[in-house]
Design a protein around this ligand. Structure first.
Ligand code: UD1
Ligand code: UDP
Length: 371
């Protein structure tokens, strides 16, 4: 069976890397990897860590790219690869524009699609934007759906997706996390090397969502700045996404405070170790809402909604919204109310057990009738 895996951004790469490793090692599978490079540096960091060499690199990233630019370049670039490789199936991940457009290119070539991390929904087509629509459209093109949780499966069933094409596998993010977490690790980054994790309370921050650019991001960073100014024993460490719009706002509101460190995006291994040594996390990232609960770290999600309600139900994640006052108050409470902190700081694993990749490959091998 020839399996072509396609991804393009940092989170897709992290979550697909352990699967590609396993596909490459399987004697019954001819595994081909194509990266769109919708991200460049942030993708290359992951490829280097997992020692993956793509067979095809569409190299499409442009500074300040629009969704339309990504769409056009992935569609034409991948079309050539599909015509040349003629895979039995392509695998895509999650909800980026690389994901949806790769599925579309496969459909145009009448090639089956397997969707990894299928069935996440908020119910609001503009939030997250464009991810909610990307995953709905991908879900309706896909032939096999690898849903992380029962809730994700139920979302697909509600949209009329055939039950026998949906498989609950867990999320491959836990497979990736287990490859790097819990091993002895010393930071190489100067800021992290010089951080006093014993005596300071470190808050790890990330923020990048398109619907948060502008006013929401100003509110979020405003709250973080208030916390930094008020608490001497708090250190904010924020590896800033390479999106120029994010960098500009972060610099405007957060630079100039001694206890706020704006640093470059970290490789996955140091980043996981940073999360593991942090007091808590403030983020709008999807993947970190899945990773932090398994590390037992409280998370304030700076968004209006989440497609990952499992960790909210388990108590480790709180939806903090995008208003300065609410975010500030919740962060302050985590710093001042021990009982509130302890209630959130327990390890749970609602997203997987580290065996998702193994299950996906087994299902693929049993799905030859679809191909
Ligand atoms: C993209 C995905 C989003 C995903 C996120 C993960 C879309 C439309 N958006 O958003 O779903 O959650 O990735 O991070 O699919 N840049 C660099 N180097 C990099 C990466 C980005 O310079 O390695 C800069 C470029 O100027 C680029 C900009 O960031 O144009 C935005 O990148 P883009 O992929 O369009 O959007 P993200 O916000 O990263
Ligand atoms: N991450 C990383 N280095 C960083 C920040 C995040 O390796 O400096 C990892 C993080 O652990 C998670 C993923 O990148 O696995 C999240 O990516 P991002 O926030 O770009 O996308 P999202 O999760 O929102 O889709």
């Amino acid at each position: 069976m020839k399996v072509l895996t396609v991804f393009g951004t940092r989170p897709e790469a992290i979550k697909m890397a352990p699967l590609v490793e396993m596909l490459n090692a399987d004697a019954e599978i001819d595994s081909v990897l194509c990266v769109t490079a919708q991200h460049r540096e942030m993708l290359d960091q992951v490829l280097a860590l997992f020692k993956l060499t793509p067979d095809y690199d569409l190299n499409i990233m442009k500074p300040n790219q629009t969704i339309g630019m990504i769409t056009a370049n992935v569609l034409t670039g991948l079309d050539d690869v599909l015509k040349k490789e003629k895979p039995d199936i392509i695998l895509v991940h999650g909800d980026t524009t690389t994901t949806f457009v790769s599925a579309l290119a496969a459909f145009y070539n009448q090639i089956p699609v397997g969707h990894v991390e299928a069935g996440l929904r908020t119910g609001d087509k503009y939030s997250p934007y464009p991810e909610e629509m990307n995953r709905i459209l991908t879900g309706h093109i896909a032939d096999i759906h690898f849903a992380p949780t029962t809730r994700n499966r139920d979302n697909l069933l509600r949209e009329g997706i055939a039950e026998d094409t949906i498989h609950i596998t867990g999320n491959t993010v836990i497979d990736a996390l287990l490859r790097v977490a819990g091993k002895p690790y010393e930071f190489e980054d100067e800021v992290l090397k010089n951080t006093d994790f014993e005596n300071k309370r470190v808050i790890t921050v990330t923020c990048h969502r398109r619907e948060n650019l502008g006013e929401n991001m100003e509110q979020i960073f405003g709250a973080i700045r208030m916390i930094a100014d008020e608490f001497d024993d708090v250190e904010i460490i924020y590896p800033v996404h390479l999106n120029p719009k994010v960098r500009e706002t972060a610099k405007k509101i957060l630079s100039g405070a001694d206890n706020v460190k704006l640093i470059a995006p970290l490789q996955y291994q140091p980043f996981v170790n940073l999360m593991a040594r942090s007091h808590f996390i403030i983020t709008d990232s999807g993947g970190m809402q899945e990773e932090a609960p398994s590390l037992g770290k409280p998370v304030l999600v700076v968004r209006k909604e989440t497609e990952r309600p499992e960790a909210v139900a388990a108590g480790t994640v709180k939806l903090a919204g995008v208003e300065k006052k609410t975010i500030y108050e919740l962060a302050k409470r985590l710093l001042t109310d021990n009982a509130f902190y302890d209630e959130m700081a327990h390890a749970v694993n609602p997203y997987g057990d580290g065996k998702a990749c193994e299950r996906i490959i087994k299902i693929l091998k049993n799905s030859e009738n679809l191909l």
